[in-house]
Design a protein around this ligand. Structure first.
Ligand code: GAP
Length: 483
């Protein structure tokens, strides 16, 4: 993992936030290459889930055809949203403080080794006498709206993008002619005041989610749950994550969130975890009608019979009132009115990006110009995700080669491809620079180009080199990237 973190910094994938001031724990910045990579993760997700989805065709494994639309809601929402969703009362972790080192930990994340801050004072077993009693800590980040700055003006930065979708359910139905079943998709920032942010970007305080709320008839919700669970697992496989490091784990009954009747996690064997351990990339939850009903009726809780009902205070008043708006759905074919059930595939864009980085990292040995074996670091990103798609090199800086290379570079740029131009150092070193950032293809313009009108294309993974006509370069790269 240390090598991956070092590469991320050296080549401009991920930087510590506010680094020149010593950093801000739990926050990360993406450099030029990281920005391209994460944008590709988001764009590929949005394309595969929304733009390229054909609502006229029934995908394999889906119970029927369905529609998918996008949404962009704001980060700050009405405080009542979080009261009805349950986040205000329930979105907390248990926290403990250590009397010796003054460290603050999540109860389930207490380190077994001495704290780095004060190793002499902290023995690291954290045995009872050194720890405070666990207490609840709400993870929502607070902010103040407006100039008065009183507690009445407090609001929260959203801890998930999902609630923006639920509160807009009716708006989408009324404005976009969608019919059940359909999904509303949103990509955006979320914020959680994590007690112990750690493992590089894996647990951050500011991160990005890619969430789908899929609305369907209650009688079909289990089939849709299975469909989304499998489809989302395959999405990672299709983008190059290997089956050996990716698992689909069904939650045990006692792990389920208060609203959920079934949840599965897609988990990845991150290199910072112990052997056999996995970290969550995405959760697929069957949320039933909990969210829409909560925003209609008020905060719900399970009664003794396991049924959801309005939670009340001791004097019988609703604990948190809902909007009172009708968020049910009317099916004009069957003439039935009901509250849809929801299947929620909820992915982390930063965790996905980190998994793609970890999966891509490889070391091997390749001969240099003189035939001596050299260590090579190669990022084997899927071509759809690679931050730079193609690099263009003139073999030498004379005989018209730079001019021709610049012309080809311009054509690739005009086609909207992410391209790098490089004429510095020996060709082998230039290849290695591109391998280290995962560029799938390199084009070299050499002395023969002026005669035969061809350039050499070199494949990052097979290392095969072929001659292709200059006139076909853009088409060839685009075809290979789709492949
Ligand atoms: N709406 C459901 C929801 O938010 P979640 O399991 O809490 O569910 C979904 O979050 C995904 O968001 C996770 O699978 C993970 O990829 C990402 N995520 C959650 N907390 C995160 C954090 N502190 N840092 C980075 N990513 C996080």
């Amino acid at each position: 993992m240390d090598k991956i973190v070092a590469l991320c910094k050296r080549r401009g994938f991920i930087f510590q936030n506010s680094e020149i001031y010593g950093g801000q724990n739990g926050f990360w910045d993406y450099g030029p290459l990281g920005t391209e990579l994460k944008r590709n993760v988001r764009d590929v997700w949005y394309r595969d889930m929304v733009s390229a989805h054909n609502e006229l065709l029934q995908p394999a494994g889906a119970p029927s055809t369905f529609q998918m639309v996008g949404l962009e809601s704001s980060i700050i929402m009405h405080p009542q949203v979080w009261k009805c969703s349950g986040h205000y009362d329930l979105f907390h972790d248990m926290m403990v403080d250590c009397h010796a080192c003054k460290g603050r930990f999540r109860q389930d994340h207490i380190p077994s080794t001495p704290c780095p801050q004060k190793p002499s004072k902290c023995v690291g077993e954290h045995t009872g006498c050194r720890l405070t009693e666990p207490r609840e800590f709400n993870l929502m980040m607070k902010t103040i709206i407006g100039a008065l700055g009183t507690d009445d003006d407090a609001a929260f930065l959203r801890p998930e993008t999902a609630q923006g979708i639920f509160v807009n359910f009716k708006n989408v139905v009324d404005s976009s002619r969608v019919k059940l079943p359909f999904g509303i998709c949103q990509v955006g920032k979320s914020f959680r005041n994590e007690i112990t942010p750690r493992n590089f970007t894996f647990r951050s305080r500011e991160f990005e989610q890619m969430e789908i709320e899929f609305f369907c008839h209650p009688s079909q919700s289990r089939e849709w749950y299975t469909y989304w669970r499998d489809r989302r697992y395959n999405w990672y496989l299709n983008l190059g994550i290997t089956r050996e490091r990716l698992i689909l784990r069904d939650h045990h009954q006692d792990e389920l969130a208060h609203y959920s009747v079934g949840t599965a996690d897609i988990e990845y064997a991150f290199p910072f975890l112990d052997a056999g351990e996995y970290g969550e990339l995405e959760g697929i939850a069957h949320r039933g009608d909990f969210d829409l009903r909560s925003h209609m009726e008020g905060k719900l809780a399970k009664n003794a019979a396991g049924q959801l009902e309005l939670e009340r205070t001791a004097d019988g008043q609703p604990k948190h009132r809902g909007s009172g708006k009708d968020l049910s759905y009317f099916d004009d074919q069957t003439r039935e009115r009901f509250t849809p059930h929801v299947i929620e595939p909820s992915a982390g864009a930063d965790r996905g990006t980190l998994a793609f980085i970890c999966e891509a990292y490889h070391e091997d040995q390749q001969p240099d110009e003189n035939g001596a074996m050299q260590e090579r670091v190669v990022m084997r990103f899927h071509p759809r995700l690679a931050p730079v798609k193609v690099a263009v090199f003139p073999l030498i800086k004379k005989d018209g080669m730079p001019e021709k290379a610049m012309e080809i570079y311009g054509e690739l740029k005009a086609a909207g491809l992410s391209v790098q131009y490089d004429q510095q150092a020996a060709i082998g070193r230039r290849y290695r620079r591109q391998d280290e950032i995962g560029t799938p293809y390199c084009l070299t313009i050499d002395g023969d180009t002026a005669k035969d009108g061809c350039v050499t294309i070199r494949d990052r993974d097979t290392l095969q080199q072929e001659r292709i006509p200059v006139s076909k370069v853009v088409d060839e790269i685009q075809t290979r990237l789709k492949g």
